[in-house]
Design a binder for this molecule. Structure first.
Ligand code: OGA
Ligand code: MN
Length: 222
């Protein structure tokens, strides 16, 4: 294990941000970190994703139920490429390491026993969406927290593409929270509780989409 992961988090550069997110997760089930990656860091990862796209390494994401491609595309329009952290570009490994530090912080402060992360590069073509859904869709699902980091430079509200969270309220109703997919921002929420959707955008929308799991992952499918 990388010694960074076990280093004490006092004086850790992200301590305040991690603490804020852990509090938000405990209280509300979701939270964000505005600058989880610096501009230079997310732009390097975007370049890696761009290269994969040019080489045809992205594949249409499926939803596992619809056989019909057209139906599938209406529900979910994104293209993805799974990441093997051990073989990933240095810029992406930096992100995975930071995500693992966050995992350890959450384990310590929220008394969870998260074990591993899985993630992929994601690209939504202009106008595509991911309709309202829950990330934990099977009973045997090990996804506990959904963790998305955006790679979009100069994203403005008029570009659309918000991540819309549906937050259950105590009175039985719900409220919505919209998160703009601005470069470097991290969005994190409970995979078992929070339904969400991706709204259509006027620009291609890039992200690193991942999950924190309560068991170790087998990457042999990659
Ligand atoms: C997903 C998802 C949200 C986003 O890939 O399951 O909901 O903001 N992504 O990209
Ligand atoms: Mn989702």
């Amino acid at each position: 294990m990388n010694k960074e992961y076990t280093s004490p988090l006092t004086d850790h550069p992200f301590e305040k941000a991690f603490e804020g997110l852990a509090d938000d997760l405990s209280e509300k089930g979701y939270g964000t970190i505005e600058h989880f990656l610096s501009h230079a860091e997310f732009m390097q990862i975007k370049e890696v994703a761009d290269n994969h796209k040019e080489e045809g390494n992205f594949k249409k994401a499926g939803i596992g139920t619809a056989q019909d491609f057209q139906i599938d595309k209406q529900i979910r329009g994104d293209y993805i490429r799974w990441i093997d952290p051990a073989k990933a570009a240095a810029a992406t490994q930096l992100y995975v390491n930071r995500m693992r530090e966050l995992l350890q912080y959450i384990n310590r402060t929220c008394f969870l026993s998260l074990k591993d992360v899985e993630l992929h590069y994601t690209m939504y073509p202009v106008g595509t969406v991911y309709q309202r859904h829950l990330d934990q869709f099977r009973h045997d699902d090990h996804r506990r927290l959904s963790v998305i980091c955006y790679l979009n430079k100069d994203w403005k509200p008029e570009h659309g593409g918000q991540l819309r969270l549906y937050i259950p309220q105590e009175d039985g109703g719900e409220k919505t929270v919209d998160i703009l997919p601005s470069g470097g921002k991290l969005a994190c929420f409970r995979s078992d509780l929070i339904e969400h959707e991706v709204l259509p955008a006027t620009r291609e929308r890039y992200s690193l989409t991942g999950w924190m799991l309560d068991q170790y992952i087998d990457l042999t499918f990659l």
